[in-house]
Write a protein that binds this ligand. Sequence first.
Ligand SMILES: Cc1cc2nc3c(=O)[nH]c(=O)nc-3n(C[C@H](O)[C@H](O)[C@H](O)COP(=O)(O)O)c2cc1C
Length: 189
Amino acid sequence: MNKIAQTKFRVSEIISKRWSPRAFSKTLVTKNEVLTLLEAASWAPSASNEQPWHFYFGLKNTDGFRLILNGLEEGNKVWAQNSSALIVCCVKKISEKTGKENRWANHDLGLANATLLYQATEMDIYCHPMAGFNGEVLIKNLNIESVYEPMVVIALGHLGNADELEEPLKSREKLQRSRKLLEEILTEV
Ligand SMILES: Cc1cc2nc3c(=O)[nH]c(=O)nc-3n(C[C@H](O)[C@H](O)[C@H](O)COP(=O)(O)O)c2cc1C
């Protein structure tokens, strides 16, 4: 399906091509590919090079995958169960260097996740980030260390067929993507 971003200025193909699908192919992403994505994430910049992130991942057909899936909200479970892998992206809010709050930790996890998403796009792997999960269930299911807070879960896989989704997901999958106008989000000073 063509969900390529229609941009005023020509941006890199990995940016215009990326989108968040709900239909995933039965062709699974390999463990090495997932590790490649996570290594890409690890090369994101971060304040004081704190790298305030930790990723818990589970590959399809493993107990780990089922434990993560179990922590998702029902509306996400329906389609995320067909993904190849689920990654729980956690943030460490306390600086390892100062012992105080790292105010940029969430920002830096976002950068790491963006790096992961664009590496994935280059590999023809599509990612769908989700905030719809129960953090307490994930912490319990995966024994997540108390220094980490689950911030987002990413479902990923190769693109599937939107027609295999149930409604209303099928129609939603086919909607054109949109963004605010540039004029709405920037101010030249
Ligand atoms: C932090 C975050 C949380 C999100 N949570 C969900 C979610 O729980 N369920 C869902 O279907 N999509 C979720 N999304 C996906 C967004 O709806 C999607 O990125 C947005 O509509 C833009 O679409 P695009 O990624 O295809 O460009 C989330 C995205 C982000 C970044």
